[in-house]
Ligand binder design. Sequence first.
Ligand SMILES: C[S@@+](CC[C@H](N)C(=O)[O-])C[C@H]1O[C@@H](n2cnc3c(N)ncnc32)[C@H](O)[C@@H]1O
Length: 587
Amino acid sequence: MSQRDSSTSNGEITQGINPLGLEIRIIPGRGRGVFAREDISANILLEESPVLPLTQSQWEEGRMNNTILGEYGFCWSNGGMAIALGTASLFNHSNRPNVNFIRNTKSGTIAFRTVRPVSAGEELCICYSADESKLWFRNRRLEMESELRSLKDIRLAKFVTKQQALSNDTLTASSESGDLEIQSPQPVPFTHDIVSIPKFSQDIPTALSPETLGALPPPLHSTASPSPNTPPDIGAAALVPDLEWNESDWVNVSSGDPRAEALGNVERVRGHAEIDEEEDFNAFMQIWAVDVDEPRTTRFLLNFTREMDFGESSMRHLKRVFKRTKADGQERQSVALCTLSHMSKESITSSMATFHESLASLVPYIATVPTAAARTDSELKAKAKIWPVIFSPSQLRPTTSETWSAARRAWVQAGIQRAISLALAAKDRGELPIGVFCTAQPEIFWPSPEAFIPPTPDLRASSTDTRLSTAHPLRHSVLNCVRSIAYLRTVPPFSQLQPTRNGADYLLTSLSLFMTHEPCVMCSMALLHSRVKEVFYIFPRSRGGGLNGMGVHGRKDLNHKFQVWEWRGELEQSLKEALKVDEDIAI
Ligand SMILES: C[S@@+](CC[C@H](N)C(=O)[O-])C[C@H]1O[C@@H](n2cnc3c(N)ncnc32)[C@H](O)[C@@H]1O
C-alpha cells in the first residue's frame, strides 16, 4: 500500500489514548499497525469502538469504495457500511488473527477482543475476510507482480536496453524472493523506451463520419424518410423489404382452435451453465453447524448468526434451524452457521464464546447440506431429510413449449414462418437461404417486470445472409440483423423513445430472434453482446454451432445469458431441401 502520512510535523506517530497502552507503529508495506506494549490475556476487550454507520445507498452513491474510506469500512446492517472510530480501525489483516470483532448494530459499536494470549510487541490483527480473493490489497499486489512479470517478458524480447534490464532484474528478484505476505513490490520505474507505440499514419481518418462508415438504407420499420444523401442499399446491413407481420396470425389462437393443433413445439437448448445448474440442484455442500438442546440457546445463536453477517448468498436456500427428534423423544435443534471457507472452526468457537456465555460450550461440526432450494414437492421432502431448504418452484425451467398458451405457441410459429420466408426470398436472390427475424415479445407474454426489462415495442428487423452478393465474409444474417436494429434505434420513432429502464434501449435488449439456422460462434457472441432475450431456430448445425454446439448462451464466465429454443414442428421435405446450407461454406 502507499504509505499514509500518519506522523506529526516533528516526525512522531500520532498515538491515541487507550487503557491498554496499545501502540501504533509503521510497518513497511502495510502502513500503520497496532501493537501490544504488554502481554495481554485471551478474551480481553481491547476497545469498544463507536461507529459512523452509512447506508448502502450513501456508501454506493458516494462511491466510498473508491475513496480512502473504502479501506476502513466494516459491513453493517442492511448492506450498509460502518467506519469504526478509534485505534481499532487501524488493525491490519491476518488470516490467523489474534483479535476478533463483534458488531452490535443496535448500540452502533464494534467490540474487539483478543482470541488468544498476545505477547508484548506482537501486532494485533483481525481477519478482514477468509476469502483471499476479497482482500483488495492482495489483488493490488498481484496486479503489480503481473506487471513486473510482463516487464520481464518484454525485456526478454529484447525491447529493453541493458541498463533497464539491470534495474528490472533487481525488481524481479525482490518480488520473487521477498516476503510476499506483506510486502508490496517496489514502484516500477517508468520508461518511455520499453515499447514504441506506432503512430497513426496521416492517411487514416481520425474521426468516423457517414462518408467513412458508408450509409444504410432507410429503416423499414420506422417512419423516417431516407436522407437525400443516402445511397441505395450497399449491402451494409441488408435490410430486406418488410413482410407483413400480422398480429391476427397468432393473437386470437386459443387452445380449442383447430389452428392450435397444427402448431409445432419448441424444445429448450440447454447451455453449459444450465446443465451445471441442474447438477447443482442435486448436489451437496458442507457447512459449519452446531447442535442445541435448549430453545433459548437457539435464540442467542440466531442473533449471533445475524451479528456475524452469516447471511451468505450460497446459504440463502437453507433453513437456518433443523429440528430433529432424538432417540429419547427429546427435540434437538441443529443450527446452520456458515460455509467452511467463511470462517475457521476456531474463530467461530471463540466468537460464540465472546458473544454469549451460553454459546461458549457449543462445538461447530461439519454438516452436509443441499446446495440448492427445492423446486418440486418431492425434492422438498427428499432434501428435508438431509437439511430443510426453501421451496422455489420458479426455478424449475420449462424444457418445452407444451405448457405455453396456444397464442404464445402461435406467435413462435409465426416468427419461424417469417424466418423461412426470408430465407426462401434470399435464395431466390442467389444468397444462402438463411433468414432472421427480430421482434419484441408482445406484452401479454411478458414475465413479471422485476425479472425482465420491457422490450422496445414495435422494434422489428428482418435480415438475410448477404455474404455471396457482397463478397463480404462477415455479412451473416445475425450480424446484419444486429446492425439493422442498431441503426433503427438511431432514427425516429425509436430514437425519440425514453427508455423505460437503464439499458432498455441497448441493441437487442429483451428482443426475441427467430432464425432458420443455428448461428455460428461469431454470431452467437454478437447476440450475447447485444443482450438478446431469446433465440428460436429450426436447424441445428452438425458442427461449428454457437448454441447447441458451444453453449455460448449459457456460460457462467460470460456476462449475459439468453434462452435458446429449437423448433420441432413439421417441415415438408421440399422445404428442408430448399433451406439446406453447405456447412463447409456457411461456417
Ligand atoms: C483498515 S486499514 C489498516 C490500517 C492501515 N494499515 C493504515 O495505515 O491506516 C486497511 C489497509 O491496511 C493495509 N493492510 C492491512 N492488512 C494488511 C496486510 N496483511 N498486508 C498488507 N497491507 C495490509 C491495506 O492497505 C489496507 O487497505
